[in-house]
Design a protein around this ligand. Sequence first.
Ligand code: EPU
Length: 422
Amino acid sequence: MDKLIIVGEKKLKGTVSVKGAKNSVLPILAATLLSEEPSTLKNVPCSLRDIQTMMRILKSLGVSIEADSDTIRVTPKGYEGWEAPYKFVSTMRASVCLLGPLLAKQKRARVSLPGGCVIGPRPIDLHLKGIRAIGGEITLAHGYIHAKAKVLHGTHVYLGGSFGSSVLATANVLMAATLAKGTTIIEDASCEPEVVDLAQFLTKMGAKIQGIGSKVLEVEGVRSLHGAEHAIISDRIEAGTYLFAGAITRGDITVRHARTDHLGAVIDKLREAGVQITEEKGGIRVQTPKSLRPIDVTTLPYPGFPTDLQAQATALMSVTDGISIITEKIYPDRFMHVSEMARMGAQIVLEGPSAIVKGVRRLSGAPVMASDLRASAALILAGLVAKGKTEVARIYHLERGYEKMEARLASLGAEIWREKEK
Ligand code: EPU
């Protein structure tokens, strides 16, 4: 296992590029199973662990895959598999988005139930409700979802839950509905850019979808889909993480391929804090004064502030004068990073789903442990600004969603390197 060592207090300067969105690639790879024709995906961060896992699952289903550093060619011709086993799903919850396409194409699917997660409870009731509504017969037994259907049929389905819309439940029902008989209306669909990207890929495959990007999707089922070529949208969470890296180090960096239209809520909050954000050709520049103002942030479904940047925002608040508040409305328990940041001197009190953050002058470097993907990123940001040396252990979490983060930060002037954990 590797750890990252960071010697903090270096202002970041320069340009960094982000690649395609992991959370777009995963459902889009699942969507390639809806046809037996080859599809090609470009701008894919192929080395990410979650993407490698999804490619392994597809291979286990009988699909042939060729990948280089940023392109994946998928050839599903004649694949016969219909199961996503526990050994894969236990390492990556997103595998649940295979349920819709496998059921639609193979008329049956067996997908392991995802189980617990460090960011809090993550039920799948909305996935099951949506799939049942369009005619999937589902039973849960021995830790697996067993689904079958002679014919999937169009219907009206409301997919909102207690915490709003669900990204992957929308993806699952949308994918299954493309091959259903008749028209499916999905109400309270997710509007996340990754769902839009999936819908655009499906459209290229021949699916008929109206309302893309809105809360109501209308899908007219077709008999069959064909292969397609698609360039994945850039990763707004990776981009947002680098914007926070620029801000926390009071730096001046440009994030290439970052899209202002996908980061509205984040840019708004950074500006409120006093960070100067400029849209540049092909990217976003962040320039930061010495002193920032405290902010209040609430995470919400898109276009609200993303939960996947909550931990990074908390890191910035921890070194911003005054009291900031961040409220988590998607995963109320997603605060594992807080106790680790406290080890670095952050002053954060948890009150239900809110963190009340009293900014300190300086964090102090310490050994800390990453608990999940975004918490890892947040601890690295804290390390970049802390006095002295920070060691972030268990960075295998980071490798699920950030490609070569330490090299990218080093290219911006950070003192950061990787070592083997003893
Ligand atoms: N929810 C339910 N029932 C369901 C499904 C979800 O109550 O059947 C709840 C969840 O517990 C949560 C809310 O609905 O409170 C939203 O969860 P959602 O289903 O949208 O999450 P997801 O689709 O499983 C994706 C991303 C997550 C990201 C969330 C929220 C992928 C592969 N994952 O998960 O990304 O946090 O949407 O935006 O797209 C990450 O990249 O670090 C990550 C965790």
